[in-house]
Design a protein around this ligand. Sequence first.
Ligand code: CP
Ligand code: NVA
Length: 303
Amino acid sequence: MTRHFLALHDYTKAELDGLLTFAAELKVQQKSRTPHKLLDGKTVALIFEKASTRTRVSFEVGVFQLGGHGLFMSSANSQMGRGEPIKDTARVMSRYCDGVMIRTFGQEIVEEFARYSDIPVINGLTDLFHPCQIMADLQTVIEHKKNYEGLKFAWVGDGNNMANTWIEAAAICGFDLALACPAGYEPDAAVMAWANTKAPGRITLTTDPKVAVAGADVINTDVWASMGQEAEQKEREKAFNGYCLDDALLALAKPDCVVLHCLPAHRGEEISDSVIEGKNSVVWDEAENRLHIQKAIMATLIK
Ligand code: CP
Ligand code: NVA
C-alpha cells in the first residue's frame, strides 16, 4: 500500500523519531558532501496552489541532492487552475512521477489526491496542517536541546495550521504544549478533541500569552493572517493585540529557551525584530532543517 505524509496523526512516535534520526544523518551526509542519491532517477512533482519560498526551494534542492528531479507546478499554470478534477490530476501524475508534494487550501484536497494516487503524496501545507514544518521544528529543538522529551512548548498566536500540527505532535510524541490564542481564533476543535483523548492533560489553551510562555523551553509563533486570509488582516490585527512575542513576553520563558518561527515573519506584529534577531532565535536553523527532514520523508516514502 502506498504510504503518504498528509498529517502527523497517521504516524507513530517511533516512526516520527525514526524520520528525525534519518534527517540528522542526511544532514551530516550533505554537510560532508557524502553522496546519498536515494532517489536516483526519480521525479517528484511539487504542486503549489499557494505562494512559497522555503517549501519550494527546500523540496527542489532536496530532490536534487537525492539524485532525482523536482518538477515545479503551479495551479495557475496547469489545468488544475482551470478546474481539472483533483482525482484526474492524481491519476495522471501517478503515471509520470514517483512522488508528489502538494501545497493547497483544504486538507480534503490532499486527502482526495492521495486516495486516487499510486505514488506517495506529501502535504506541503494546507489550511489545517503543516506537518513538514513541525518535523523541521522538532529536528531544530533536538539539535538545540538534545531531546524534546520533558520540555514545555508554548504557542502564541493564531490557532492555525501550525498550531494544529503542534497539537498533533504533542499528543503523539508526548510533550507539554501550552497555547495562547485570542477568543475566536482557537485551533481546530476536532484536532483538539483528538489530541485530548490521545494525551489527556498535555495540551492547554488560554487567551493569555503570559500564561502560555511562563517557564517555556520552546516558543513558537506565526503570522496573524495566513495565506488565504489576507482580507482579514485589519480585524486580525485588532484581535491579536497583545500577542506580539517581544522581549517582555520572552522574559517570562526560561532564559535558554529557543524561539521558532516557520517564516515568513511580520516583524512588529507577531514577533519583534529584537526577538527574531536575538540570542534565543533559531529560525535560520529551523528553515534549513526543512531541507533535511523533507529529504528523510521523501527517501522513506518514495520507492
Ligand atoms: N515556512 C514555510 O512553509 O515557508 P514558505 O511559505 O516560504 O514555503
Ligand atoms: N500559517 C502560515 C504558514 C506559512 C508557512 C500560512 O498558512 O500562511
